[in-house]
Every structure is written in C-alpha cells, then in structure tokens.
Write a protein that binds this ligand. Sequence first.
Ligand SMILES: Nc1nc2c(ncn2[C@@H]2O[C@H](COP(=O)(O)OP(=O)(O)OP(=O)(O)O)[C@@H](O)[C@H]2O)c(=O)[nH]1
Ligand SMILES: [Mg+2]
Ligand SMILES: [Zn+2]
Length: 381
Amino acid sequence: MVTRCPTCLEAVTRQTIVWQAPDGSPAGPPPRSGIPGLRWLRDLLGMPDRTPAEWADWAAGGHRALCPRGHHLPADVLTRRTLTIGLVGESGSSKSHYIAALVQTLQEGHLAALDLQVDMDPATVRRYQTEYYSVLFERKQAIPASRPLKVLDEATGTQETRPPLTVVLRNIVTGEAINVCIFDVAGEQLLSEQSQFTWARHLAMADGLMFFVDPAVLGQLPGGPAGDESGRGQTLHVTESVLDITSTLAHRGRGLSPDHDLSDVSAVVLLAKADLLEARASFPSGVLSPLDYGRETRATLDARLRRDSQAVESFLEDAGGRNLVLSALHKYPGVRFHAVTATGGSAKDGRYPTVEPRRVLEPLLTILDGRGVVSLAGERR
Ligand SMILES: Nc1nc2c(ncn2[C@@H]2O[C@H](COP(=O)(O)OP(=O)(O)OP(=O)(O)O)[C@@H](O)[C@H]2O)c(=O)[nH]1
Ligand SMILES: [Mg+2]
Ligand SMILES: [Zn+2]
C-alpha cells in the first residue's frame, strides 16, 4: 500500500521523507529500536520500526518528519495506519468548536471502555492548546472564524493548508496504534470543487467525512428558525451542494465513476448546535443525552447509535431537510446522523457561562466502527 501525505496526498517513502532537527536543519530518521536481528524480524513481519513511545520522545524533542511539499507527517506514518477525517460544512456551522470539544472529550478517556487509549501527536498539543482549548475552555470565548489560508505556489503546487490535528489511538489489548488526522478547513474553502481540491485535498481520500448542518438553515423548523449569534448562517441549498461536491471529489480521488459506491468512506451528518433545538417539542428526546460508556456494552452502544441516527434523520426530514437526507443516503450508503452540541449552549455577551459539550464523541465512534477500528456490532477485536 502506498503511504500518502494526509494533507497533499503526495506519496511518501523512506527515501522522500524530509527529516528535520529541532532547529530546522536536516537530520536522520528517528533511531530504530531493538537489536539488529530483532529489527530484521520486525521488518519481515511488517511491524513498526519503533515503539509509539520512542517516536513520541523523538517528536517531543522537536524533531519533525515532513512530506516532500513540507507538510508535517503524523508519527510512524510509513508503518502505522493513518485515518484521515475531513470536516465539511459552511462557515459558522460549528466545525472548529466541534473539534475543540471532541479532542477535550477524547482526553477524558471514555474510549477506554472500548480498549482505546488516546494520546495527542506532539505537534498537535501546542496548536490545540492555543487555537482551541485556551479560547473555548479556559477563556470561555467563541473560537474565531477559521481564516482561509490562501497561498498557492503555482510552480510547485504547494498549498498553505491548515495542518490536521492528530490524535493517536492505541489499542490497550493488542498494542496497535493508529493516527487519526482531523482537518478543520475554513467553510468558504469548501464551497466549490476547485477550492476543495486546492485547499482541502485530503477530502479526496478521506476515510471519514463529517458533514455539518447548522440549524439556522432548516427552513421548516416548527416554532421558527434557530440561529445563533455567529451571523454566518447560509442556506440549506448550499449545505446540500457541499455534500455533492465532496462526493464528486471523493470519487475522483479514488478513480471511481460517479455511480460507484464510496464503500471505503464512513460518512456522518452532524446536526450541530443541537442545544438550540432541544427545547422544541419536535426534537427527539434522548439524542443529546450523554452516554455513560462504563455502563454500555458494544451491542447496547450500537443499538443506541442506530436508534438515535434514525430519530435525527426523521427530525431533519421533517424540518425541511428531506433533500439533504436523501442526497446523503444516496451518495454515502450507510451514512449515520448525529445530533451534537460543542458548547452546550449559547454565549452571552461574548462569553459562555459554561462549556459542556454533549454527544461529540459518537460521530467519531461511528467512523471508527465503520473503518473497523472498533467493532460495535460484530465480534470483539
Ligand atoms: N449554541 C451553539 N453555538 C455554537 C456551537 N458551536 C458553535 N457555535 C457558534 O457558532 C459560531 C461558529 O462556529 P465555528 O466553530 O467557528 O464554525 P466553523 O464551521 O468553524 O466556521 P468557519 O471556521 O468560518 O468555517 C461560533 O462563533 C459560536 O458562536 C454550539 O454547539 N452551540
Ligand atoms: Mg472554523
Ligand atoms: Zn504533503
């Protein structure tokens, strides 16, 4: 299998990776572990060159591995499985707040119930802290709109793309680690095929797609529209067309004709900012209630996610989103629907009294289940 840079999709090999010392000067690859005979055996068995802890120490010291176009590569990219997840939604649809809440919730350790330990890629730690955590959870302010990064070197095709946030999920039973790269791109860079291809190329090969629906676009919401203070609300039509555009890109990236199923993509539709809706009589009960992973089995979790998905799907249909639902089901067979709130409520005078995310982990869980990282319905892996 070809290993690709998750950001630009350029193939990377042991020979083309650029290794950098903490001062930016060229360096050798991280030291390999074990005695030579053992290394030979690990090579033969296709096992990672080094343990996750060895890589983490190397990277924590400021060393970097870059693709030929200069994008930071996740740890042990050549031997470790790397899942790419793209967040797709218009400006103001809660993508950045969702990431802030997701990473925070991941770190609370709920996935231990599914044998997964969560670590952050060293390069991600600092960015998450300054761009997401300190703003939303410490200062309790809204995260600013993501700035479109628009620098393209036509000669080399190098684009300035916001690097992904990378978390490492380690199975505590098997010891296997995988990288999960989550891309947060400014909404306006996702609205056309050309701009997706230029600024969000990862979507062409993403393993997981998260489509964000802002309640402000739901036209037939009983009790009137639900907006927030962001003032960036778009229309349902734009949300539907973004879903189509991403599907076109994902087909092209895989060399598939448009009528082919995207069977190696797990897609979820997120009804974001669902706190704005939960007081409505038509809002399905329970779909925003936190899950207690300690009390759930894989089977009960699976049943719960299926049931909630159907409830959110019906709600969206009734609220004017019938086209969106049909299009999602058609383009991404097996797509699941989730209601999430990244903040738990709205800001007052620019500050959140409290920030209490709910149900942010479950869309990721659906993708991990779809990609075989956890197995909810089948046998325990
Ligand atoms: N009530 C409520 N408001 C939210 C929630 N998440 C985000 N918001 C509000 O929505 C606004 C937009 O959220 P962002 O996370 O910046 O949206 P985005 O999709 O990243 O937008 P771009 O970066 O412009 O593409 C924020 O300023 C918040 O005011 C939520 O879960 N509940
Ligand atoms: Mg954003
Ligand atoms: Zn790259």
